[in-house]
Design a protein around this ligand. Structure first.
Ligand code: UDP
Length: 453
């Protein structure tokens, strides 16, 4: 049903894994009749030409030209803090202008939707009397773990003690102590301050949207509502509302698809570690030899910068590419959603960023999980131990371990069991979006709520 909505202003955090879901959400709301304005930073600005139906407003962010996001999680937290302080005045100016011009517009502004990590916008929204809804681009369980970290320190669970690592955290179902140690926190005080600000900004908001669905993590949705007494809307998976999105910041290499077309059904291992995670050169070589030794066809995304200090493939031994020949295809960036939809793709070896995890679940592709930090760790735990649709590479990345994981997931009966389970999850998620499904109902509720603000 199309409802004539008001105007909505959306403000994504400028990282690939945050821009994709925010623009997908913008498309969903546009389809429901809202007019869309997007505020974005100069850094990692989206390709506006792909969205002629939206209005875009660029604001300065104080970052140097050609800034590259560090794969170090503590530096990412510092970057989020700087963005919040650098952008507070520009975003205030931009919102003030938009609010004042909207008074003469046929679409008065219903609300502001920002990434939950733009906590500094709550004060601006309050001053302008603009309801602010937040978007958490990951799932509910990982958000709860992240904001619980200060408490976990106070209880003495963190920093992680080796002797405790494998034990279950009493308050957080499914997670062991090592799963909730999302970041190696060096400056505890500074991290607490960050987590508290996110919590306060969320509690003060008019509601929260998750790119997840209730059927995936019911228990944590209940827990979340006890901690955060605000309206909660789980309306994901966003990317299934429309065909493959066009919010990629890097050019996607479409030779992947013609190469996949030549492979046998479910025979290919697709490898990608997302837009930020990095690996050591020694690990990179183990990945390469693990793939080579597995004898399976592979499509490998080697994002420039994935091995720090290297331009692209130079750490590979001479002759490696020629040796694997047509059996391997290496690209800088792939059209991932299309790759996962392709019938030749058999397994996804992933860092378990939430978008990648959700995309894989929705296409029924089992995973080999190699998380680096943050929600990737809790996602990997859900994939391997709750939904049981993947293998977690928890220890040293070494070619023998990789080769074994590939065989377990592609060739052995365990692989078929994972495929059967993930097919059920895929069907469940498709049902979520259909009339009567949990995400469908939640989106209806969100739209009514936004119209009532
Ligand atoms: N992605 C892509 N091509 C690639 C690798 C990733 O288009 O070669 C997309 C992927 O589909 C996902 C996003 O980039 O939507 C990565 O988000 P995720 O949350 O998985 O990880 P992050 O990059 O935030 O660590």
């Amino acid at each position: 049903m199309k409802i004539k909505g008001g105007g909505v202003i959306l403000f994504p955090m400028p990282f690939q894994g945050h821009i994709n879901p925010m623009l997908q959400l913008a498309n969903i709301l546009h389809e429901r009749g809202f007019s869309i304005s997007i505020i974005h930073t100069h850094f990692n600005s989206p390709n506006t030409a792909n969205y002629p139906h939206f209005r875009f407003y660029s604001i300065p962010d104080g970052l140097p030209e050609n800034y590259v996001v560090s794969p170090d999680p503590i530096r990412i937290v510092a970057l989020i803090k700087s963005l919040n302080s650098n952008c507070q005045t520009p975003v205030r100016d931009c919102l003030t202008e938009l609010v004042s011009t909207s008074l003469e517009d046929e679409h008065p502004i219903a609300c502001l939707i920002t990434d939950v990590l733009w906590y500094s916008t709550q004060a601006v929204a309050d001053d302008l009397k603009l309801p602010r809804i937040v978007l958490r681009t990951s799932n509910v369980s990982s958000f709860l773990v992240m904001v619980s970290m200060p408490l976990l320190f106070q209880k003495g669970y963190l920093p992680l003690q080796d002797s405790q690592a494998e034990n279950q955290v009493p308050e957080l179902p499914y997670f062991r102590f090592k799963d909730v140690s999302m970041f190696k926190v060096i400056d505890v005080g500074s991290f607490f301050e960050f987590a508290d600000t996110v919590v306060e900004g969320t509690k003060a908001s008019s509601g929260i949207i998750f790119n997840s669905c209730e059927d995936l993590e019911e228990e944590y949705v209940t827990k979340f509502s006890l901690c955060f007494p605000i309206p909660v809307f789980l309306i994901g998976p966003f990317h299934k509302y429309f065909p493959a999105s066009s919010s990629s910041l890097l050019p996607q290499d479409n030779t992947c698809i013609s190469w996949l077309d030549k492979q046998q059904p479910k025979s290919v291992i697709y490898v990608s570690f997302g837009s930020i995670a990095a690996i050591e050169e020694t690990e990179f070589l183990e990945v390469a030899w693990g793939l080579a030794n597995s004898k399976q066809p592979f499509l490998w995304v080697v994002r420039p910068g994935v091995v720090q200090g290297c331009k692209w493939l130079e750490p590979l031994p001479d002759g490696f590419v020629e040796m694997v020949g047509e059996r391997g295809h290496i690209v800088k960036w792939a059209p991932q959603q299309e790759v996962l939809l392709h019938p030749s793709t058999g397994v996804f070896w992933t860092h378990c960023g939430w978008n990648s995890t959700l995309e894989s679940l929705c296409e029924g592709v089992p995973m080999i999980c190699q998380p680096a930090f943050g929600d990737q760790i809790t996602d990997a735990r859900f994939v391997s131990h709750v939904w049981k649709v993947g293998i977690h590479l928890e220890f040293k990345i070494e070619r023998g371990v990789i080769d074994k994981a590939i065989r377990r997931s592609m060739v052995e009966p365990e692989g078929q069991e994972m495929r059967d389970r993930i097919k059920l999850l895929k069907d469940k998620m498709n049902l979520c979006l259909k009339p009567g499904g949990s995400s469908y109902k939640s989106l209806d509720n969100l739209v009514s709520y936004m119209l009532s603000l």
